[in-house]
Ligand binder design. Structure first.
Ligand code: IMP
Length: 193
């Protein structure tokens, strides 16, 4: 069985990946390989950040590795918050509520509410780099709905849905989500090796 490192310590992401990969792969976390580095994420794009993290781990720890980066991209804001999604609110308070409040303020007089979530996964395997992407399109409501999920979920309603990700079950969200789509493409590729 192939062993590959997922450059994260996020338990939720790890269990999701392990469930999708089944018995075909052994997926290790950063803590599994003793990596406690504060891995830089200084890119201007999701792609750059995912590659930066994967290259950091692959080159220093000599392993096959993949890393992900996700952002919410609002069309009328030129792709904001994008790579800044996790720390969008000004000041030091960057929890989800503060980030959502900031986004709603920025969109106060905007009627074009189209947005997407996009995940990019960078894989380095046998010394080669590969990229996988998943996205889900939708719109930003004018007030949060639901208290499920995380991040911007209560503000995002996918196209064709009558509720937000924040009001949906985890299963419903995972059936269409950006991360699930990017992950499915990664796993599909890894299973061909
Ligand atoms: P990460 O790259 O997965 O750490 O995501 C960066 C940031 O994007 C998070 O801190 C959240 O604010 C936001 N984000 C990522 N995925 C989601 C999602 O599925 N729903 C809502 N917000 C998300």
């Amino acid at each position: 069985m192939r062993t590959i490192v997922f450059a994260t310590n996020n338990a939720h992401k790890l269990s999701e990946l392990r469930a999708m990969a089944g018995d075909s792969l052994c997926i290790r976390s950063l803590s599994d390989i003793g990596c406690t580095d504060d891995i830089p994420e200084t890119g201007d794009t999701l792609r750059d950040n995912a590659l930066q993290k994967a290259r950091w781990v692959a080159s220093r720890y000599g392993c096959d590795c993949f890393a992900d980066d996700t952002g919410l991209e609002v069309e009328a804001l030129g792709g904001e918050p994008g790579v800044h999604s996790a720390r969008y609110a000004p000041g030091t308070d960057h929890d989800s509520a503060a980030n959502m409040r900031h986004l709603l303020r920025r969109m106060d007089d905007i009627t074009d509410r189209r947005a997407c979530f996009r995940t990019v996964i960078a894989l380095i395997i046998d010394g080669r780099e590969h990229l996988f992407e998943g996205r889900v399109d939708g719109e930003i409501l004018t007030a949060p709905e639901g208290d499920g999920g995380f991040g911007y979920d209560p503000l995002f309603r996918p196209d064709g849905w009558d509720k937000t990700f924040g009001s949906a079950s985890a299963e419903a969200k995972n059936s269409v989500s950006h991360r699930a789509r990017a992950t499915a493409r990664l796993i599909q590729y890894l299973k061909t090796l």
